[in-house]
Design a protein. Structure first.
Length: 271
């Protein structure tokens, strides 16, 4: 048994959708979450800046004595070098692999859509994995930079006219390309899942990377002998890089009935 916490981080608070899934799957595990709210979003930034930020985020979590690190961020998962992740003193996972495998299993016509931040789409990381998993796959990729600020500012209510207009602007071409599977390639995007699903139609399967990676993490902890062995009583501690003012409201938005825990502001530049 290993009672150290699981470490989870994201460029903002979108990764809380993954924490919500972890809480449901592993109610006995402690979790440390870092949201880089002072520097969100990562998506429009250059590769070197994203890697620098990721190193600081990882070093902070390691300072909290975590036993496993999940990058609940499509941008980081697409950019952070795998060889560097492999040298970390604890196991690390991003969100690309689990989502790609699920999309490969779900597609019936071999046409898969991928939406994400500009950095995620620019990296081609999903496309590379999908091509290995689905011979002859046709990929329709679209950067959706406005989705993260919409979610972070609470524009997620079903039918919000601003959000619906932007969904239509971004996704009309993707829908009309004939995809039957769509990867929501950012952990913020599940908060828009209902509206995206309504727009895309019932024939399109939506893939939630955060949920799938939480499931994969639960399995990995068991396989690696890192599970706490506790069935309940797990706690969550939240850390942010900007003022925690208004965090409770955001936490409820992202985590629903799994919300609850202390929040603290840190100077991430020191790590």
């Amino acid at each position: 048994m290993d009672t150290r916490p699981i470490g989870v981080f994201d460029s903002g608070l979108g990764g809380l959708t993954a924490v919500r899934q972890l809480r449901r799957l592993l109610p006995g595990e402690d979790i440390v979450y870092f949201g880089d709210t002072g520097r969100v979003p990562y998506g429009p930034r250059g590769r070197d800046t994203i890697v620098q930020y990721t190193r600081q985020d990882v070093h902070f979590l390691l300072s909290r004595n975590v036993k496993f690190i999940m990058a609940a961020c499509g941008t980081v998962s697409s950019t952070y070098p795998l060889e560097e992740a492999a040298r970390l003193p604890v196991p690390y996972t991003g969100v690309i692999g689990a989502a790609s495998r699920a999309a490969a299993d779900a597609t019936r016509n071999g046409c898969i859509g991928v939406i994400g931040t500009p950095a995620t789409i620019r990296s081609g990381s999903y496309a590379a994995q999908l091509r290995q998993l689905v011979p002859g796959v046709r990929i329709v990729a679209k950067a959706c930079p406005m989705f993260v600020p919409l979610v972070e500012n609470g524009y997620v209510n079903d039918g919000n006219p601003v959000t619906r207009l932007i969904i239509e602007e971004y996704l009309t071409q993707v829908r009309d390309a004939g995809i039957d599977t769509l990867i929501l390639g950012c952990t913020h995007y599940p908060l828009l899942k209902k509206m995206i699903g309504d727009f895309m139609g019932d024939s399109v399967t939506l893939i939630d990377p955060g949920k799938l990676t939480a499931i994969a993490t639960a399995r990995a902890l068991e396989d690696l002998g890192l599970a706490s062995g506790h069935r309940d009583g797990g706690t969550v501690r939240f850390f942010v890089s900007d003022t925690p003012e208004g965090f409770d409201e955001q936490e409820r938005l992202f985590m629903g009935d799994c919300a609850g825990g202390d929040v603290e502001q840190i100077a991430i530049e020191n790590y």
